[in-house]
Design a protein around this ligand. Structure first.
Ligand code: PGA
Length: 254
């Protein structure tokens, strides 16, 4: 059975006092559970605080991006080794907001993925189509291109120990979730593409769904055979919602 993961993505949200309140409630409500891992990816300045607040709890933490460079004259960047020093488990790479707003290309995302792995972080590679791409019928083509940037150049072994997240851009922050059938179809397509290279890696690869996941729809999404958890934006900022989503993962995997 694949490990389930529920990972919060706080995006550009948080404050020292707000984090303390939120994480106090989250860690009280989210137990350690066999077969499941839970985490929150927070803005960089909060990593030291979050490390102190979450150490020893059932909730791990991570960064929302990872520089493709390890060190040097790259103003504004944060390296994988720095994230690791702050106890991070996870590093998200290729989130659609990075791709569309900050211009991260498939090639840059692949380099960030490799950098996160060099630092022994659990890289979460995000892929997903826009509404226009879905309506044009090119969803699989887009997912294949984004996945292949890593798969073709770094090999299937690069995905061993990493996570994939399918996040349809039209479902992110919109309240419009993919149907369970749409999510399952995309996840099965992604797993199948990895399996063509390496069946063992594909079978073990957790593929998370992201895009307007909330307590009310988590259980039905996680019930799909190829949906192994979630990447949670808005609902990760509400302790009860996030905890309920984690419980839905435990109910399936625990
Ligand atoms: P959302 O965001 O849950 O608010 O839709 C998901 C994400 O961007 O990872």
């Amino acid at each position: 059975m694949r490990i389930g993961h529920v990972v919060g993505n706080w995006k550009l949200n948080g404050s020292l006092s707000g984090n303390e309140t939120l994480l106090g409630s989250v860690k009280a409500a989210v137990p350690k559970a066999a077969g499941c891992r839970f985490g929150v990816c927070v803005p960089y300045p909060y990593l030291a605080q979050v490390k102190d607040l979450l150490a020893g709890s059932g909730v791990e933490w991570g960064g929302q991006d990872c520089s493709r460079f390890d060190k040097g004259a790259y103003t504004g960047e944060v390296s994988g080794a720095m994230l690791a020093e702050f106890g991070c488990t996870y590093a998200i790479v290729g989130h659609s907001e990075r791709r569309t707003i900050f211009g991260d290309t498939d090639g840059v995302v692949a380099e960030k993925f490799a950098a996160a792995r060099r630092a022994k972080l659990t890289a979460i590679l995000c892929v997903g189509e826009t509404l226009e791409e879905r309506e044009r019928g090119v969803t699989e083509e887009v997912l294949a291109r984004q996945l292949d940037a890593v798969l073709e150049n770094q090999g299937a072994a690069a995905l061993d120990g990493a996570l994939l997240a399918y996040e349809p851009v039209w479902a992110i922050g919109t309240g419009r979730t993919a149907t369970v059938a749409q999510a399952q179809a995309a996840h099965a397509f992604l797993r199948g593409r990895v399996a063509k290279k390496d069946a063992r890696v594909a079978e073990a690869l957790p593929i998370l769904y992201g895009g307007s996941v909330k307590a009310a729809n988590a259980a039905e999404l996680f019930a799909m055979p190829d949906v192994d958890g979630g990447l949670i934006g808005g609902a990760s900022l509400v302790a009860e919602e996030f905890a309920a989503i984690c419980q839905a993962a435990i109910a399936r995997k625990g």
